[in-house]
Design a protein around this ligand. Structure first.
Ligand code: ADP
Length: 204
């Protein structure tokens, strides 16, 4: 959609403080933890719980959450395929900025299309960590914390992922969390262990 730069007479300014400088100050590396999965699979819950653990250990961390971003930055976007693509494109750009600012940023978006997630990966580079929050649609539908599946089944929400719109599961995610069988705490523990194994985090 917005792949071309429209403005003219703009130039890139070099920064006086780099990502590396910020990471040295923070005592951990920056990363984008890209949680993807069906609605109600547990993305927000796990991203928030992880943020709390990281924060407690003095890490610089932030959650970009689907619904919240749609209240502001992306309030002009709906759920058509084009709007979903633009939604994820903007989030990819924002996540890359947060990473440049030295943070561990957790993003919680369904992000149903593989191609869009791959574009975000392209923007963020090698510390883009795709985390597939795996949870069968039947379990998601049973949880239904926002009553969305009920509405989707009743036909009042069109283009609902997993019911009337596609979800393309990651083929090679860095991490898969089985959120139907493991508790929130266990899922958070698995992410922390992964970050430590990658050297992004030291021992907490
Ligand atoms: P999403 O962000 O993927 O739409 P939410 O985090 O908003 O999902 O909702 C997931 C729901 O499932 C919450 O009500 C949460 O308490 C519940 N839940 C139960 N078990 C888990 C688990 N292991 N991981 C994440 N959420 C879980």
């Amino acid at each position: 959609m917005a792949d071309q730069i429209k403005a003219t007479n703009i130039k890139w300014h070099h920064e006086t403080v780099t990502q590396k400088d910020r990471e040295a100050n923070n005592g951990h590396e920056a990363a984008v933890l890209w949680f993807t999965g069906l609605s109600a699979s547990g993305k927000s819950t796990i991203a928030q719980a992880l943020q709390a653990v990281l924060f407690e250990h003095h890490c610089q961390t932030y959650v970009l959450d689907g619904d919240n971003i749609r209240h502001g930055l992306n309030k002009d976007l709906g759920f058509s395929p084009e709007d979903r693509e633009e939604n994820i494109r903007r989030i990819g750009e924002v996540a890359a900025l947060f990473m440049d600012a030295g943070m561990i940023v957790n993003t919680a978006f369904i992000s149903p299309y593989r191609a869009d997630r791959d574009k975000a990966r392209g923007l963020c580079g090698e510390r883009f960590i795709e985390i597939y929050v795996h949870c069968p649609v039947e379990v998601c539908e049973e949880r239904d914390p926002k009553g969305l599946y009920k509405k989707a089944r009743a036909g009042t929400i069109p283009e609902f992922t997993g019911i009337s719109a596609p979800y393309e599961a990651p083929e090679n995610p860095e991490l898969t969390l089985n959120a139907a069988e493991h508790s929130v705490e266990e899922c958070v523990g698995q992410v922390v262990a992964y970050l430590q194994a990658r050297g992004i985090l030291k021992k907490l």
